[in-house]
Every structure is written in structure tokens, then in C-alpha cells.
Write a protein that binds this ligand. Structure first.
Ligand SMILES: [Zn+2]
Length: 132
């Protein structure tokens, strides 16, 4: 049985989120990659969040992220198919989820490892917790 990934909005949302997470993690380790040896590199790559779905999802997710970029830069507008419109919705949801998990520092804008970070990993600003 083959799954039509373009119709699996939940799967796509997950695939996009995993790609965003992986891109973020790669950006965070890029510096340590520069000054490690081969075994260090292997360890770092091993620590990246895994992609858990079948490759078709990531191909589609890549396409949707590209489509989103076209849309945002005005290169594409209006005429999306139903599947594309659904896909763009999945992108928006995945981005919202990603941003909840990685809130930006109010001072330097760096995305944090988690919403529970107490200091910015980049500029060292202490985050003051707002009491609920
Ligand atoms: Zn900062």
C-alpha cells in the first residue's frame, strides 16, 4: 500500500517540523563541527534530531518550504492546488510549533534551544520569567 503523502497533513506537518529542527540543530553545531576531528564530527551528527518518516514526506516537505518561500517573496501567488494550499497550512503550523519550542532572544534574536532556557546561548542575556 502506498500512502499519498500530499494528503497526509499531519505527517507533513511532522516532516516539516523535523526538518526545521534539524536545520536549527545543524546551525547550532556548525561551529563545533569546524573545530572537531572526525570522531567528534560523527558524535555531533549522531546527536542531531533524527528524521523518522519515509523519504517521500521530506521530499514533499522540501517542496512545500520552497513553495512557501516563493509565496513570501511574491514569486508565486494565488493559484495553489488544494493539496498545495493544505501543504502551506501544514508549513504554517509546523513553523508555529517550531517557534514555540525555540523562542527568539529579545535582545539579539537568537533562537533558543527550548522555551525553558534561562539565559541566551548567544549573548548571555538573562531571561526574566514573567509570572503567570
Ligand atoms: Zn541573545
Amino acid at each position: 500500500m502506498s500512502i499519498d503523502v500530499t494528503r497526509d497533513a499531519e505527517g507533513l506537518r511532522q516532516a516539516i517540523n523535523e526538518m526545521l529542527e534539524q536545520g536549527f540543530a545543524q546551525g547550532r553545531v556548525a561551529r563545533s563541527l569546524d573545530d572537531s576531528d572526525d570522531s567528534g564530527r560523527e558524535r555531533i551528527f549522531g546527536s542531531l534530531p533524527p528524521l523518522t518518516l519515509s523519504p517521500g514526506y521530506y521530499k514533499r516537505a522540501e517542496y512545500l518550504l520552497w513553495l512557501e518561500k516563493c509565496k513570501n517573496t511574491g514569486l508565486a501567488s494565488g493559484d495553489f492546488s488544494m493539496a498545495e494550499a493544505d501543504g502551506l497550512m501544514a508549513v504554517a503550523e509546523a513553523r508555529a510549533e517550531f517557534e514555540r519550542n525555540h523562542p527568539p532572544c529579545g535582545v539579539c534574536g537568537a533562537l533558543q534551544d527550548s522555551p525553558f532556557a534561562t539565559t541566551c546561548h548567544k549573548c548571555g542575556t538573562d531571561f526574566v520569567r514573567r509570572s503567570a
